[in-house]
Design a protein around this ligand. Structure first.
Ligand code: DLL
Length: 433
């Protein structure tokens, strides 16, 4: 297995921690000097950058939240003058103002290297033809993977999102070997390929680099089987850099976080207390190399856990587990906490369920209700009521026994639920409307 940057990816833990401390101190000095929001937050707590003398002191520092970014919209969190910024991106932000993030020339170089690392880990090299099926624009996904591919020396096809039949034609004609998209768009592509009567084995495709949204292990198996590829996961968020925070190596046992560039912590989302290694909680990230838009203890809202055990691939970096989803996406149904990805896992385990589903949460009186709409395969869209009832009972029982929440399952016709071209949106929460 190739490693793009062995010096940093395989650094002994003591050295990596020493490097992190030095870079953290430099970052803190810079933000204290250049970003009013940080200076005010530090002052409120009565601390100065010099108070951080070890990595353990990190927990003394204030968190940064999406709200801070909103309050400082658009450029208030930048740590360099705008003339040094060469690129601006923005988060997908579904409500209110988006958050604006900036990069210096050096930031773009670092970012490209970080993406090149996880792409190499997934098995991409200079012989590959990489098709980027993320939308080019303010979203960091397409540009991040684009620059990372070029850094590796692979040939990039900047296809953009959507236009699925053309994607497939290009895949065939240009002999694409690596597909970059959201996992849900990979399913959309696989499904269209089947409809067009194209055997994925007749293509040159060998690996998928998927990210931008939560997806279950069952979804991975589904994509691997349907497209005949190795499907790998990578994670990032625009506020922290975009894709390139973490990605899987060929062992697919968690995503390696580039620790020379970020410090990862897990906190209890309710109390903010830092949790011991291995605990499940909210991921908090601090950037160590960013010039234009440094982030100190950014609360990602993503729920995961960290594994510091060495990986068989030789990398020494900590691995984050596939995220269950964002704490804001967690559904509380009759007091039970459920992530859509957990429901996805249950559905996939039932034969006949297609990977297309929608969750509708509502409230009747004081009681929450969960309706799970699932598409069934053509051959299982029963005409017979009795069979249909047996199938529904099976799925409902499974959801209840695995997740402990009662749900009403409804079958919907094949192809009736919306297909994703970017990030899938699978939850309709009528309680919020
Ligand atoms: O989605 C950056 C990205 C693009 C990562 C392409 C990977 C590939 P945002 O639009 O700011 O940035 O959304 C960030 O998406 O906080 C997570 O909730 C979610 N997310 C991103 N990657 C994963 C993943 C990009 N692999 C938000 N698994 C994050 C689960 C993910 N969730």
């Amino acid at each position: 297995m190739q490693i793009f940057d062995p010096e940093y990816e395989c650094m002994p833990r003591e050295e990596i921690e020493q490097l992190q401390l030095e870079r953290l101190q430099a970052t803190l000095n810079r933000v204290y000097k250049n970003v009013t929001c940080y200076r005010n937050k530090f002052k409120e707590l009565g601390i100065v950058p010099e108070d951080v003398q070890s990595l353990a002191d990190l927990s003394k520092l204030p968190f940064t939240t999406k709200e801070d970014l909103r309050l400082n919209y658009p450029y208030g969190m930048f740590a360099v003058p705008l003339r040094e910024v060469v690129r601006i991106h923005s988060s997908s932000g579904t409500t209110g103002k988006p958050t604006v993030v900036g990069y210096t020339k050096h930031d773009i170089k670092v970012w490209s290297n970080l993406v090149a690392r996880f792409m190499t880990g997934a098995g991409v090299n200079s012989d590959d033809v990489v098709q980027i099926a993320f939308g080019y624009g303010l979203f960091t996904g397409a540009f991040g993977l684009h620059y990372g591919s070029e850094q590796i020396g692979a040939s990039v096809i900047p296809m953009g999102a959507g236009n699925t039949e053309k994607q497939i034609m290009i895949m065939q004609d240009y002999k694409t070997t690596a597909l970059v998209s959201t996992p849900s768009y990979a399913v959309t592509i696989a499904e269209r390929m089947e409809k067009m009567g194209i055997d994925p084995k007749s293509l040159s495709l060998k690996v998928g680099l998927f990210g931008g949204e939560p997806w279950s292990e069952s979804m991975r198996r589904e994509i691997e089987n349907r497209l005949g590829i190795s499907a790998t996961d990578n994670y990032g968020l625009s506020e922290v850099i975009g894709p390139g925070v973490a990605g899987e190596c060929g062992n697919k046992c968690g995503m390696h976080i580039s620790e020379d560039a970020f410090i990862a912590e897990i906190i209890d989302p309710d109390t903010g207390v830092t949790l011991p290694p291995g605990s499940i909680g909210e991921l908090v990230l601090t950037s160590l190399t960013k010039e234009a838009f440094p982030m100190v203890r950014y609360r990602t809202r993503d729920i995961t856990s960290l594994d510091f055990a060495p990986c068989a691939c030789g990398r020494t970096t900590v691995r984050m587990k596939k995220t269950m989803g964002r704490s804001d996406d967690m559904l509380i149904i009759k007091g039970v906490n459920v992530y859509p990805s957990q429901i996805e896992d249950v559905l996939f385990a039932v034969e006949g369920c297609e990977p297309h589903y929608q969750l509708v949460v509502d409230r009747q009186g004081a009681l929450d209700t969960l309706e799970v709409r699932i598409e069934v395969t053509e051959n299982i869209f029963f005409d017979e009521m009795k069979m249909q009832k047996a199938f529904l009972d099976k799925v409902e029982k499974k959801i209840d026994s695995v997740l402990g929440v009662g749900a009403v399952v409804k079958l919907v016709e094949p192809n009736s639920l919306p297909r994703a071209e970017g990030k899938a949106s699978r939850v309709i929460d009528k309680r919020k409307i």
